[in-house]
Design a protein around this ligand. Structure first.
Ligand SMILES: *[C@@H]1O[C@H](CO)[C@@H](O)[C@H](O)[C@H]1NC(C)=O
Ligand SMILES: *[C@@H]1O[C@H](CO)[C@@H](O)[C@H](O)[C@H]1NC(C)=O
Ligand SMILES: *[C@@H]1O[C@H](CO)[C@@H](O)[C@H](O)[C@H]1NC(C)=O
Ligand SMILES: *[C@@H]1O[C@H](CO)[C@@H](O)[C@H](O)[C@H]1NC(C)=O
Ligand SMILES: *[C@@H]1O[C@H](CO)[C@@H](O)[C@H](O)[C@H]1NC(C)=O
Ligand SMILES: *[C@@H]1O[C@H](CO)[C@@H](O)[C@H](O)[C@H]1NC(C)=O
Ligand SMILES: *[C@@H]1O[C@H](CO)[C@@H](O)[C@H](O)[C@H]1NC(C)=O
Ligand SMILES: *[C@@H]1O[C@H](CO)[C@@H](O)[C@H](O)[C@H]1NC(C)=O
Ligand SMILES: *[C@@H]1O[C@H](CO)[C@@H](O)[C@H](O)[C@H]1NC(C)=O
Ligand SMILES: *[C@@H]1O[C@H](CO)[C@@H](O)[C@H](O)[C@H]1NC(C)=O
Ligand SMILES: *[C@@H]1O[C@H](CO)[C@@H](O)[C@H](O)[C@H]1NC(C)=O
Ligand SMILES: *[C@@H]1O[C@H](CO)[C@@H](O)[C@H](O)[C@H]1NC(C)=O
Length: 567
């Protein structure tokens, strides 16, 4: 009551309220003057937003921003949006939708009376072609001391440690004891992320992002989440809604009207259990019925059954609805809306709440029972209509009729299964991979092969063939499935001492996965080479990957290696 009286007396005729709510918790937009901007919030919290930065985030009578930089949004580094106006976009009996306008975008804050935090969404007006789009909070580090994602929950590294450490690459420092500090260690596969945020003993500030259809990329899309700001010591909570940090290219030009979100920015007492409960609730409520946008609400479903051409079900396959008729990889697709699903043990998949549009359907092996499948499935012209189920029936996924000689590692587009692969994000781990390695087919274990190859030296695969195996005049195919590749590392690929190819940073595009702490994936690539008849011989044979040039922490991240008879 007291707060509302104070607010009323301050506001005069320029304030707006949601009339049906108790006055103490009413959402509000309060314009200040031209230099100080606007205050928004409700009885639980409020923030003062200037032409770029949101400052003075009050919650429980405490300022969570203080001298930190606060809330802002922008793209590609530090091109930050400048708010030219703020106004009431919608006022309903339940909430107030306040829109901040910049030339490039509108940023909406949907404020409910009893909710600490707000839903936010971004609408494209005139964004340029860009690689990174994000909103964020930089909070004072005394109240926000820790970070939490679905896979990491820890104290943020102390600013003092960064100050005395040596910078070794982008946003990465080495302490005197040899260990590293980097924001990339806080990354995650964002389509698996339940919620993330920064918190301390009495406060938590969280991003809960259900739906995720506005993100670029497929199941293997990784992004930054939280970190210690390296120039100021702020605690940072990132909301990267279009990102480039782990892929070859993410440059995208967006249609006017594309919406990112809504997601929920949620404040609480620092309880992860409470944030988790809230996340479960938000995911169950997606897509949000309260958003008055006919295109957002217009959705259908897509289902089908993927059967491999040898009759097996495409068990556990990754299924992706993305761009129609595109030559861009599913990880790099990102102009509109994207849906990641998984087939069940019978190859059946169903993706619900898909926005009305025409899609391309893509599928690939995620290992398990179909870990030998190197081909991918693609079909264009998948039409999704509002309120309708698009049932595609049985879809036939062609395999190559080849006979396997050997395979090392599951085909699942990531390095999980190899030694040191698939663990926590860790900078520089590839430096622990050996320079020379010998793998004997039939004797060695998959876990004897390391996830990444970087050092100068040779990785050798030895295998035996009997006379019967080679009497026919057969050609073979050597397939290199890469979980990622970071330049500049070159390898010569030889079979029985015959050079098959040299893979160099001139011939293969680079992604940052390996040097940005991922131990599982950068961007997947599939390279195939013909081995002429007569190269393979009776007795002992070899395939050698010889690194002829290297760069520290860069190189090849392996998914799988296959040698097959192709004729
Ligand atoms: C705007 O408001 C601030 C804080 O209330 C005040 O210091 C400043 O003088 C005002 N500026 C103008 C132009 O009214
Ligand atoms: C913002 O919150 C602070 C702390 O609770 C309070 O003192 C202030 O009056 C609030 N501002 C508005 C405009 O409600
Ligand atoms: C918090 O930020 C302040 C101001 O930059 C800095 O001096 C301090 O070291 C930071 N604290 C931590 C734990 O990083
Ligand atoms: C990345 O995208 C930009 C902009 O669309 C384009 O100019 C560039 O050629 C792309 N790079 C690659 C490697 O595809
Ligand atoms: C939804 O928005 C339209 C304008 O875009 C408006 O005419 C309509 O009243 C709104 N409906 C609700 C339920 O707010
Ligand atoms: C989808 O792609 C196909 C080519 O594969 C093209 O013929 C068709 O026009 C595209 N549909 C839409 C709606 O863009
Ligand atoms: C994809 O196709 C477009 C036009 O058809 C072409 O301009 C672009 O270079 C192609 N991109 C790649 C990565 O092949
Ligand atoms: C080699 O030949 C044997 C006997 O014909 C056969 O069982 C085996 O599958 C063959 N192996 C390869 C790798 O071709
Ligand atoms: C292969 O390695 C895995 C993981 O280290 C281990 O569980 C398994 O027993 C090993 N198998 C063989 C045949 O050595
Ligand atoms: C790798 O093997 C090559 C060739 O035998 C050798 O010259 C080199 O010293 C080895 N590297 C390491 C690190 O053992
Ligand atoms: C083996 O196949 C090649 C073409 O793939 C052909 O030129 C050659 O004559 C064949 N040799 C025999 C012995 O069949
Ligand atoms: C490899 O051989 C197959 C036939 O087995 C042929 O269709 C294909 O074009 C060849 N690829 C290359 C890169 O030479």
């Amino acid at each position: 009551m007291q707060i509302s009286k104070l607010v009323l007396s301050l506001l005069g005729s320029t304030a707006w309220f949601v009339a049906a709510q108790p006055s103490s918790s009413r959402p509000f937009l309060q314009p200040l003057n031209s230099t100080t901007g606007w205050i928004i919030g409700n009885g639980l919290w409020n923030i003062t937003i200037g032409n770029v930065y949101g400052k003075k985030l009050f919650y429980k009578n405490q300022d969570l921003i203080g001298n930190a930089v606060g809330h802002y949004s922008g793209y590609d580094g530090e091109v930050n949006f400048q708010w030219t106006s703020a106004s009431i976009y919608a006022e309903t009996p339940k909430y107030l939708d306040v829109v901040f306008s910049a030339t490039e975008i509108d940023l909406h804050w949907v404020i409910y009376p009893d909710l600490a935090g707000a839903y936010q969404y971004v609408v494209n007006k005139a964004l340029p072609t860009l690689a990174v789009l994000r909103t964020l909070f930089r909070l004072v580090n005394t109240t926000s001391t820790h970070g939490r994602t679905n896979i990491k929950d820890d104290l943020l590294p102390p600013f003092a440690d960064i100050l005395v450490a040596t910078k070794v690459q982008d946003e990465t420092w080495q302490r005197a004891d040899g260990t590293f500090i980097t924001k990339y260690d806080w990354s995650t596969f964002i389509r698996e992320l339940d919620f993330h945020g920064i918190y301390g003993q009495d406060f938590g500030s969280w991003y809960i992002r259900p739906g995720r259809d506005y993100f670029n990329g497929n199941h293997l899309k990784q992004e930054l989440t939280v970190h210690r700001e390296s120039a100021t010591g702020d605690a940072v909570e990132l909301n990267v809604i279009h990102g480039s940090h782990f892929q070859v290219n993410s440059s995208a030009t967006f249609p006017v009207g594309k919406i990112w979100g809504p997601w929920l920015w949620y404040l609480n007492s620092g309880s992860k259990e409470d944030a988790s409960r809230r996340a479960t609730q938000e995911f169950a409520n997606w897509p949000y019925s309260w958003l008055n946008d006919s295109r957002y609400q217009s959705r259908g479903s897509v289902s089908g059954k993927l059967i491999l051409s040898d009759g097996r079900a495409a068990a556990g396959a990754s299924v992706f609805l993305g761009d129609n008729n595109s030559n861009v990889s599913t990880l790099d697709q990102g102009t509109t809306y994207y849906y990641a699903g998984t087939a069940d043990s019978k190859g059946v998949f169903s993706i619900n709440n898909v926005r009305t549009a025409t899609y391309g359907l893509y599928a690939w092996s995620d290992g398990g029972q179909i870990a030998d499948v190197s081909t991918t499935y693609a079909q264009n012209d998948i039409v999704v209509e509002n309120g309708k189920a698009t049932a595609l029936g049985t879809l036939s996924w062609e395999l190559l009729s080849r006979q396997l000689i050997f395979q090392i590692g599951d085909l699942d587009h990531n390095a999980i299964g190899f030694r040191t692969g698939g663990g926590a994000y860790q900078h520089g781990l590839v430096a622990d991979s050996p320079a020379n390695l010998t793998y004997i087919v039939g004797q060695s274990n998959v876990s004897d092969w390391y996830y990444g190859q970087s050092a100068l030296g040779s990785w050798t695969i030895l295998f035996d063939l009997t006379k019967a195996n080679i009497t026919a005049n057969k050609t073979a195919a050597l397939s290199l499935s890469l979980a990622g590749y970071s330049r500049a590392v070159d390898i010569d690929v030889s079979v029985n001492s015959q050079l098959i190819t040299s893979i160099t940073s001139d011939s293969l595009a680079s992604d940052p996965g390996l040097y940005r702490s991922s131990t599982a994936a950068g961007e997947w690539r599939f390279l195939e080479f013909n081995i002429s008849a007569g190269v393979l011989k009776e007795g002992s044979n070899s395939v050698v990957f010889k690194a002829t040039r290297t760069t520290l922490w860069r190189g090849f991240m392996w998914d799988s290696i296959l040698l097959e008879w192709s004729s």
